[in-house]
Design a protein around this ligand. Structure first.
Ligand SMILES: [Zn+2]
Length: 392
């Protein structure tokens, strides 16, 4: 077997005891948000029943631990031990500490999942299971993102994409309450030619549920999205909705750079709050920020969850949505994120409900307006029966 390149695997190959830290990347480890945990049961119950739409969610950051363990076992990566030890090992590799130094440190939590997701069977299974997991949150619509260029060690771009498409379809069959569309993510670190190849490959799946194109990855090392202008142009021309990750490093200036790409949505973008001129531009151009406060706190973009600018952005008139970013990396569910936003950011229930409905308005369903209208009707019907969600 080739030398394992992931730090967790290297540690294991070197015989380090299970559960020992990979390296000291954690700077803090607070427990689960006590304010959210203390919400009254009626509020949890309402949040659970509320039909939800999540736009910013990564496939490779959302693996089930048990599935990852099984796949790692199949690759001979897991040493014999008790079930608890083995699960602890896989957890070390997949769940990042509550706070790390920066975005680069957070991205390390994706090395192991990417290594496990190199076959059609693995991609298909993980996509299907994620759709099932979304159903447990009361999620009705979700966009699932992944970077097809990271799953080509054994597969072609086309076959890797097709596997995720099949997995999403299978997930929707198993969890018929959930509608999922897919977003292909280009990595900032990849060569522009690879981006073009990916845009071309992704374009072939527009009518099979792949409806968006995104850019993500190491922002500090590759700050300029304009390098991938040709890929964006191709994606747009093929009818894919375009969005871009921005502001996980480099503050408001990075959000401004993303605006130049001409997207209607930006993934994250929270530091825009520091730039009043940029706020005006976001409002005037009706750009939505797909915010993930827990993930941003974890990556050190805000000092404390309570300081996240989501409520200030929203009340200033900027369109926002609320997502987890990564269920497993952040040990999170959309329910928890909603509960946290309500309990610790002071986002009221009517405000949460407005954020949720806005996600449907800006979802990449531009080829399926009848479906969008049907989902919107379902959401509105739910809202009419819930006085706690009514404004004022
Ligand atoms: Zn993201």
């Amino acid at each position: 077997m080739p030398r394992p390149y992931h730090p967790v695997m290297q540690r294991y190959a070197a015989g380090a005891p299970a559960g020992s830290p990979i390296e000291p990347w954690a700077v803090d480890s607070p427990s689960w948000d006590p304010a959210a945990a203390a919400l009254p049961s009626e509020t949890w119950e309402l949040l659970q029943r509320m039909p939800k739409a999540e736009l910013h969610l990564h496939l490779d950051g959302s693996l089930r631990l048990a599935t990852a363990l099984e796949l790692a076992d199949g690759l001979g990566l897991v040493r014999a031990g008790s079930d608890a030890d083995r699960l602890g090992w896989i957890r070390d590799g997949l769940v990042a500490p509550r706070a790390v130094r920066d975005q680069m440190a957070l991205l390390r939590a994706f090395d192991l999942p990417v290594a496990l997701m190199q076959t059609e069977a693995a991609l298909e299974r993980i996509a299907a299971e994620l759709v099932e997991d979304l159903a447990t949150d009361g999620t009705r619509y979700a966009e699932i993102k992944w970077a097809p260029t990271l799953h080509v060690r054994q597969l072609s771009l086309h076959d890797g994409i097709a596997a995720v498409v099949r997995g999403a379809d299978e997930g929707m069959r198993r969890a018929p309450g959930v509608v999922v569309r897919l977003v292909a993510v280009l990595l900032r670190s990849h060569a522009p030619e690879l981006g073009v190849a990916m845009a071309e490959a992704a374009s072939g799946f527009v009518d099979r549920g792949l409806t968006g194109f995104d850019l993500a990855g190491q922002e500090a090392l590759h700050p300029d999205p304009a390098l991938h202008a040709r890929a964006f142009e191709l994606a747009r021309g093929a009818g894919l909705g375009v969005t871009i990750h921005a502001g996980e490093w480099g503050g408001a200036a990075q959000v401004r750079r993303a605006m130049k790409v001409g997207t209607s949505r930006i993934e994250h973008g929270a530091p825009a709050w520091d730039d009043p001129g940029l706020l005006r531009e976001l409002i005037e151009r009706a750009v939505t920020l797909d915010l993930c406060p827990t993930s941003n706190t974890q990556a050190g973009i805000v000092g404390r969850y309570e300081d996240h600018p989501l409520p200030r952005l929203m009340r200033a008139g900027v369109a926002v949505t609320l997502s987890t970013d990564d269920r497993t990396v952040s040990d999170l569910s959309l329910m928890r994120e909603y509960a946290r936003a309500h309990a610790s950011l002071g986002v009221t229930l009517p405000e949460l409900w407005a954020i949720d409905r806005h996600a449907l308005d800006v979802a990449f369903l531009h080829h399926e307006e009848a479906l969008r209208a049907r989902l919107r009707d379902e959401f509105e019907a739910f809202g009419r029966g819930e006085p706690r969600l009514a404004e004022g």
